[in-house]
Design a protein around this ligand. Structure first.
Ligand code: ADP
Ligand code: BMX
Ligand code: ZN
Length: 292
């Protein structure tokens, strides 16, 4: 089987054999449909003749059809027949699963399937979430389950951008995604800064960067407390390049210390790191095949 993890910034691919990844490669996620078609052709050349394709993908999906939550993240994603495009590229069946849901399933497997109630939170191009509840992956009837990036945060971004690309005001994604950190830092400092530069500035004590990373970590801690109050979670795994950036987990844990103990859910870095989505979608598709 070929597994893919298609995010707002990068596309990862690998063969999935005997429960492990082989031959992992990565491409930048193109900004245009034409660019995406070229990347798809390059990937098809790199991985010839799989028997099926399973893709973890940013967006809401029922397994075949894709729609965007945040319509600003990938301009051509909303309503795009991605499973058909993958099936045509590789001449075999293709299935889709939301990227954060896939990563949650990967992390659940990586923990020996012990934490019955697990939330995976990705701070990446957007902010995504996946839930394993009572040992089952919760996708929801419409594929929307776990979309914690679009739950309103208790504080607004310092650059006063209230409206999220999903149409709701004050979403966590407007504060704590890599896109949001870059947007806020560029606006407040008056020069273009990306998320890695914000983290470098934070480590160096730059006041704007300190303010932004602290606000993001506090918003994440509040949302985790909300999710914990609703679901009584056993643990949270933090992933995505922003979630895995040096110091982010510590900043979230520090922000949690201001909460009443009842609402402090244990948070750890994703055990599978940047491979949680690829491994998770591999397990998910294998489990479905085994179940017939
Ligand atoms: P995707 O969203 O495609 O799954 P990532 O998890 O890599 O991809 O998230 C991409 C976001 O993470 C971008 O906004 C990027 O600028 C940011 N980013 C990448 N590397 C780092 C880093 N070392 N520190 C902080 N932010 C990072
Ligand atoms: C957005 C949304 C989620 C996704 C999350 C993280 C889109 C296209 N995606 O909230 O479905 O799980 O971003 O995605 O609306 P990533 O691209 O940051 O990995
Ligand atoms: Zn939103």
């Amino acid at each position: 089987m070929l597994v893919l993890d298609i995010g707002g910034t990068k596309v990862a691919a690998a063969r999935w054999t005997d429960g492990a990844l082989h031959g992992r490669r990565q491409w930048p996620m193109p900004a245009t449909l034409q660019g995406w078609r070229e990347t798809l052709a390059a990937m098809a050349g790199a991985y010839p003749e799989p028997d099926r394709v399973a893709a973890a993908v940013t967006g809401v999906t029922d397994g075949q059809v894709l729609s965007a939550v945040n319509r600003q993240l990938i301009s051509f994603w909303d309503g795009y027949a991605l499973a058909d495009a993958l099936a045509q590229a590789w001449h075999c069946p293709a299935v889709l699963l939301n990227d954060a849901q896939a990563a949650a399933w990967g992390e659940y497997h990586a923990g020996g399937r012990r934490a019955g109630n697990l939330l995976f939170l990705t701070l990446s191009t957007g902010v995504g979430g996946g839930l394993v509840l009572d040992g089952r992956l919760r996708t929801g009837p419409r594929g929307l389950a776990g979309h914690i990036g679009h739950v309103s945060a208790t504080c607004a971004p310092p650059d006063d951008t209230h409206l999220c690309g999903c149409g709701r005001p004050d979403c966590l994604e407007t504060l704590a995604s890599g896109t949001a950190l870059a947007r806020q830092a560029s606006q407040l400092s008056g020069r273009p800064l990306d998320a890695p530069a914000v983290f470098a500035g934070w480590q160096a004590g730059d006041p704007v960067c300190v303010r932004l990373v602290t606000a993001a970590a506090q918003a994440v801690a509040q949302e985790l407390a909300n999710a914990h109050a609703l679901l009584d979670l056993d643990e949270v795994r933090l992933g995505g390049s922003v979630g895995l950036a040096d110091g982010m987990l510590a900043a979230v844990t520090l922000a949690q210390s201001a909460l009443p103990a009842l609402f402090r859910v244990p948070v750890a870095a994703a055990r599978l790191g940047a491979d949680a989505g690829l491994i998770g979608v591999g397990h998910w598709a294998s489990d479905r095949l085994a179940a017939g």
